[in-house]
Design a binder for this molecule. Structure first.
Ligand SMILES: [Zn+2]
Ligand SMILES: [Zn+2]
Length: 367
């Protein structure tokens, strides 16, 4: 048997399928047979223009993955052949003494100066098989799903984990609260479903484009969910929807544009937690987006919280794992319609579909 790997030769280039010999896992390693990968917006960016973090080309893209353990190296006790697993993207650095990633570390490995990620510095999963190194098997973001669990759901562990990191970094900001989601892409759609599961009082989804907003409201809406079209009266409309409160309790920026940051701070009031979840990056790098915060009046007296999350640690992975195993997002399948399912031989078409204005979650089948 061979390992079929799709190498992207360069940013904006082409995927080249290569067959390589399938090797056996070494001590502490496991081999995965990939079942599904889902496409992240970062994959679209890497495919089109690359990423400074990726120094070596050709590169193997895709980090949202589920697979079956199909061989286990000597000394592995955690996993057995046949286990269905899902993976996070951000990886511990592998140093057992690291203050962030090590055995006695904080677990905040996205803050480690040597943090790395699958599909970035570490090869991704655009391949039929992958051998995971011993440190990843031992302490990395890899979790087992029950036998027979849907691999389409297991591969969405990572994007859901990232969303949940943002929604749980501050305690008690979702349950019984008014939540505003800026953008109606996949991160907002996971956030919407998670807010429903976590018992939000009201969820206000703000988007510029009508197509995706309508899709999200139709497929995920309930009596707590409203959509707001992002136009020149958007601030007033959001405030109106927050009534009888004067402001939302939680605002999540899921649109990677400056205007989303500027909108978010305009609707903050008393007790509002802002999670700037999507960063803004262009060809020139990261623009400065300045906002004046009065530590006394805004932070102290208004109890405002400005925070950000990107990526996920084991906290988000374990929470996402629990939500998925409990079927806590019962409408998850609506994120992927028939036009968003591809075979691995159509990897380029899959990534291009993920960049469409109405698309939520593209899934690639590796079977
Ligand atoms: Zn992702
Ligand atoms: Zn580290």
């Amino acid at each position: 048997m061979k390992n079929l790997i799709y190498y992207l030769n360069q940013p904006g280039g082409t995927f080249q399928p290569v067959q390589e010999p399938l090797t056996a896992p070494g001590v502490g390693e496991i081999r995965l047979r990939i079942l599904r990968t889902s496409v992240c917006q970062s994959d679209v960016v890497i495919y089109r223009v690359g990423l400074p973090r990726i120094k070596r080309w050709p590169a193997i893209l895709l980090h949202e993955v589920s697979g079956l353990v199909d061989a286990v190296g000597p000394g592995v006790a955690k996993f057995q052949e046949g286990d269905l697993v899902g993976l996070g993207c951000d990886l511990p650095c592998g140093d057992p003494e690291c203050l962030y990633c090590g055995k006695a570390g904080t677990g905040d490995w996205t803050s480690c100066p040597h943090t790395h990620a699958t599909g970035h510095e570490f090869p991704g999963f655009a391949r039929t098989h992958a051998i995971l190194p011993n440190w990843l098997v031992e302490s990395g973001p890899i979790v087992k799903f029950p036998a027979g669990f849907n691999p389409d759901h297991a591969c969405q562990l990572e994007p859901l984990a990232c969303t949940l990191e943002g929604m749980t970094r501050v305690n008690r900001c979702i349950e019984n609260r008014v939540v505003v989601l800026i953008g109606a892409g996949s991160q907002s759609t996971y956030a919407l479903q998670s807010a429903q599961k976590m018992g939000a009082r009201k969820i206000i989804v703000v988007n510029r484009g009508a197509d995706r907003l309508e899709r999200v409201l139709r497929d995920f809406g309930d009596d707590r969910v409203v959509g707001v079209k992002w136009d020149e009266t958007v601030v007033e409309k959001i405030r109106q929807e927050c009534r009888p409160f004067n402001e939302p309790h939680f605002v999540m920026v899921n649109a990677p544009v400056r205007a989303a940051y500027e909108l978010a701070v305009k609707v903050m009031g008393y007790n509002t937690v802002l999670d700037v979840h999507a960063g803004v990056k262009g060809a020139e790098g990261k623009p400065r987006i300045a906002h004046e915060v009065d530590l006394n009046n805004d932070i102290h007296y208004k109890l405002q919280c400005y925070q950000a999350t990107h990526g996920s640690s084991l906290h988000g992975i374990h929470l996402a794992h629990r939500f998925l195993c409990e079927n806590g997002l019962p409408r998850l399948d609506h994120m992927t319609n028939d036009t968003e399912r591809f075979h691995h031989t159509q990897i380029r078409e899959a990534i291009e579909r993920a960049s469409d204005a109405d698309s939520l979650k593209v899934i690639i089948n590796w079977e």
